[in-house]
Design a binder for this molecule. Structure first.
Ligand code: NAP
Length: 360
């Protein structure tokens, strides 16, 4: 039961749901129109302004891949789609102390591909403006901050840090956090458009893997190896980075998108590579593997406690507000529930610079 509500709300909302798992987001996603729910105890109702397309969640969520937290989708009658959004509070339920109607927030969890969402107050983070940039910071930025500052960190000035998918949503965050820490930053990406933006940030060495061999560049230019790698691509690129880690180097496995089920069938990889477990096991079971004095973290969140997360997020938003951290939103525009599948397919082409965002 709401205890405060904006006037003039519509009677219904439209959102994207799945009723069965399937081989792609488009094959699963359907538009559902349902009555606008009043928030219950501890809940708020948000009008979504922007939702983010997430490299991992939307490739696995729609398939209900059995080795992921989305396996329950295989048997669910219905599951909501989307992982992150920004919006405005339009109604608050009983017991909500920290938010009021009119507040701008970002939220993460399930169900961001919707015009309105009812969610718990603790999944919301108050922000100055419900912007597209706020969505970039919410999960993509936070992942990089926790990985680099807590799990594999803190980064030290002068360390050689390497980021793959460096022009992407979480990659450009990792790059900037490493630069802010005073690291020597190597950024790996797959287009000249991304390479230019990365050079403009002040990255010390950009490697466009379509033009240069990453392993060769690292062997010849970084004979002492990379101290910390923020790696989200997997496959042969991960091998090349792992082969060139420094003696006590650490690798933060943020994902393995080149091996996700949109590329490889969902029955997974038979064997691991370079002495590591298969990528899906390393990542989804969050394993930490030691190879001599080197450490590979399969769960980049493992270094932070739940209660520390708001402080990491606050720091990111402060850096952004001070103009010291850019949040890149790709220039291609997508709008409404009808265009979410287009946005996801576009992100998976690898062309996007920064985060792919859908406005509502
Ligand atoms: N652990 C977590 O909590 C967490 C959170 C956010 C993201 N992630 C992971 O981080 C990685 C990056 O995700 P993101 O959301 O920031 O996406 P993104 O980097 O904005 O987009 C994906 C990028 O990956 C690269 N890529 C390489 N091979 C690819 C392929 N076969 N298909 C599609 N893209 C390919 C492309 O860039 P280049 O060609 O320039 O390399 C592409 O632009 C993903 O593995 C994702 O699952 C994990």
């Amino acid at each position: 039961m709401a205890n405060s509500t904006e006037t003039c709300l519509p009677a219904t909302l439209r959102r994207l749901i799945g009723r069965k798992v399937g081989p792609s987001f488009r094959s699963v996603a359907e538009i559902e129109e349902v009555p606008l729910e009043q928030p219950g105890h501890d809940q708020v109702l948000l009008r979504i302004a922007y939702a983010g397309v997430n490299g991992g969640c939307e490739t696995f969520r729609c398939r209900g891949s059995s080795y992921t937290p989305f396996a329950a989708n295989q048997k669910a009658e219905k599951f909501v789609l989307g992982a992150e959004a920004s919006g405005t509070v339009v109604a608050v339920g009983e017991g909500v102390e920290t938010l009021k109607v009119g507040d701008a927030v970002t939220c993460s969890g399930s169900g961001g591909f919707a015009e309105y969402i009812t969610t718990s107050q603790r999944s919301c983070f108050p922000v100055k403006e419900a912007s597209a940039e706020a969505v970039v910071l919410t999960l993509s930025g936070l992942t990089a901050a926790v990985a680099l500052k807590a799990t594999g960190g803190p980064l030290k000035a002068g360390e050689r840090a390497l980021v793959t998918a460096a022009g992407g949503a979480t990659g450009h965050m990792g790059v900037q956090l490493a630069l802010l820490a005073g690291c020597h930053v190597v950024a790996v990406c797959g287009s000249e458009a991304k390479a230019k933006r990365l050079r403009d940030l002040g990255v010390h060495r950009v490697i466009n893997y379509r033009e240069e061999d990453v392993g060769e560049v690292l062997r010849s230019e970084y004979p002492e190896g990379i101290d910390v790698a923020y790696e989200g691509v997997g496959g042969p690129l991960r091998d090349a980075v792992l082969d060139n880690l420094s003696k006590r180097g650490r690798m933060l496995v943020v994902g393995y998108i080149s091996e996700y089920p949109h590329v490889k069938p969902d029955d997974g990889e038979a064997e691991g590579r370079r002495g590591l477990p298969p990528a899906q096991e390393l990542f989804w079971q969050g394993k930490t593997v030691h190879i001599g004095d080197q450490t590979v973290y399969g769960n980049v969140w493992s270094g932070a406690k739940r209660q520390d997360i708001p402080a990491f997020r606050r720091e990111l938003f402060d850096l952004h507000e001070e103009g010291r951290l850019q949040a890149w939103v790709d220039s291609r525009r997508f709008h409404g529930v009808e265009q979410v599948s287009d946005a996801i397919e576009y992100m998976l082409t690898g062309q996007a610079v920064g985060k792919v965002i859908v406005s509502f």
